[in-house]
Design a protein around this ligand. Structure first.
Ligand code: ADP
Length: 477
């Protein structure tokens, strides 16, 4: 589209000559003419001219008054005033009131066209800047509201932009972020940022994000980050991958634990079997001892494998729950008796149940048995000095069964009491004095109890022991 110029003059001769001269000298230009200020104002109201040229002296509303109006309605439009010879003061006034330039009569055509060309260019530039500003505003609005965290770091390492998602993911507010160094906000930034993939003019356009750890307000956050270089800054976008990272870590830990748990009994079985084959060196007791090792280690092996399969079955949602009338006392006695066979000396399991017996309730007996076995096994496992384990059974409110397993063993630090129910979570094996386990026992317990509509919780003090309490809704059978 050609630029459009409006020429305002009450002199018909000039109105004819000027457009002609401009067309000749400036080529692609649309020129409109107007013979009075009021007529010009009417046109300006509907058309956004690239430049306006007006005579300063006109009957009625003069050029200066017209200039004031243009400044009001079209402040961006450059206006050139034509002044008479020697009207220097008027020309100065025009400039002071915002005219772009003044052209003295008799008009020097070269000067006039050069000045007008500059005015048109200035207006074009302002228009392009405005378009870019709007574009930027739109982009920043989009960036403000995208789901990914976005922030901009300038060449000095100072944060210049911080969007809503960045606030939500990191917990750092916009006001606290902008103007600060990225290194102050994201712990580890200075060391880690060089390894963030950044696309730029001289680098590949598409970059895969990298998962990197940052310390933010005492928390470790794993962010999947990548960046793009722009003129004088880098725009980074990121997602929070902390949860996935934790799951990955748990899985890695689990593979390590599970392999260890499988290898230990396997090694014992293998060793025992190999010795057995060299019968000549063994007496009867020796054979018996080795057979006992093979039996108990095979059982342990089977338990580990079974736990893994059971947990995955639980997760798949395919596990069925049934109910049957259960004599709680008989079930408890049976579980305790089956455990007592494996107890080392110094450990006892006491059962504490109401003297007038327990009612028969409706529950899934296998699942309940599994929960109890697990809690009792843990109580024994984590009581390395021996000591009593008490299983207390009460029927509190009607329709509720409460089972408590208390030990006087290692206890659990407060910070871990929630976490021990997580899948694969094991406290430091060093602290647990090297006892075996997969970290699945309590996870399975909690899942089973929840699916039976109950609750499980722990109270514990390190060094003093732990009490696990299970409460189940049990309709009378
Ligand atoms: P595992 O015993 O196979 O490690 P669990 O899920 O049964 O897995 O238990 C998770 C963790 O909780 C254990 O590693 C242990 O640190 C802790 N824990 C469970 N029961 C007790 C207990 N009675 N006393 C102390 N710590 C316990």
């Amino acid at each position: 589209m050609n630029p459009t110029v409006l020429i305002v003059d009450d002199d018909p001769a000039l109105l004819e000559a000027l457009p002609e001269a401009l067309r000749l000298r400036m080529g692609d230009l649309d020129v409109e003419i107007s013979d009075s200020a009021p007529d010009a104002l009417a046109r300006i109201a509907v058309e956004d001219y690239d430049a306006i040229v007006t005579d300063i002296k006109m009957p009625g509303m003069d050029g200066l008054a017209l200039l004031d109006e243009i400044q009001r309605v079209r402040p961006e439009t450059p206006t050139l005033l034509i002044t008479g010879h020697g009207e220097h003061d008027l020309a100065i006034q025009a400039l002071r009131r915002g005219a772009y330039d003044y052209i003295q009569k008799p008009i020097d055509r070269d000067y006039f066209t050069a000045s007008l060309a500059r005015a048109i260019e200035k207006r074009g530039l302002a228009r392009r800047i405005e378009v870019q500003r709007l574009e930027l505003e739109r982009h920043s609005h989009v960036l403000e509201h995208v789901g990914d965290g976005v922030f901009v770091v300038d060449r000095e390492g100072v944060v210049q932009f911080w969007n809503l998602a960045a606030e939500q993911i990191t917990g750092i507010r916009l006001d606290d972020a902008v103007g600060r160094r990225a290194g102050e906000l994201l712990g580890g930034w200075n060391a880690i940022s060089p390894s963030i993939p950044v696309a730029g003019a001289d680098r590949p356009k598409r970059q895969l994000a990298r998962m990197l750890p940052f310390e933010i307000a005492g928390r470790e956050l794993w962010l999947s980050l990548c960046g793009v270089e722009v003129a004088d800054a880098t725009v980074y976008s990121f997602q929070d991958r902390t949860d996935e990272r934790m799951v990955d870590k748990l899985k890695d830990d689990f593979v390590a634990t599970a392999s260890h748990e499988l290898r230990t009994p396997l090694a014992a079985i293998y060793g025992a079997a190999k010795t057995l084959r060299r019968e000549e060196v063994l007496d009867e007791d020796g054979v018996e001892r080795l057979m006992a090792i093979i039996t108990s280690e095979s059982e342990r092996l089977a338990r580990v494998v079974e736990d893994i399969l059971f947990a995955s079955h639980l997760d798949s949602g395919r596990l069925q729950f049934g109910t049957a009338p259960v004599d709680v006392r008989a079930l408890v006695t049976d579980v305790v008796e089956s455990m007592q066979m494996h107890l080392a000396s110094g450990v006892t399991i006491q059962v504490d149940a109401p003297p007038n017996g327990l009612p028969s309730v409706s529950v899934d007996p296998l699942k309940l048995r599994r929960v109890l076995l697990n809690l009792l096994e843990n109580a024994i496992k984590y009581s390395p000095e021996g000591g009593p384990v008490v299983l207390r059974v009460t029927t509190g409110e009607t329709g509720r069964l409460r089972l408590q397993v208390r030990d006087e063993g290692l206890g659990i630090p407060p910070g871990e009491q929630e976490r021990i129910f997580e899948k694969f979570y094991r406290s430091d094996p060093q602290l647990a004095r090297g006892v075996g386990g997969t970290g699945l026992g309590l996870y399975i317990c909690r899942e089973l109890v929840h699916r039976m509509g109950g609750e499980i919780e722990v109270e514990s003090e390190p060094g003093k022991g732990s009490t696990f309490t299970v409460e189940l809704p049990v309709p009378a059978a």
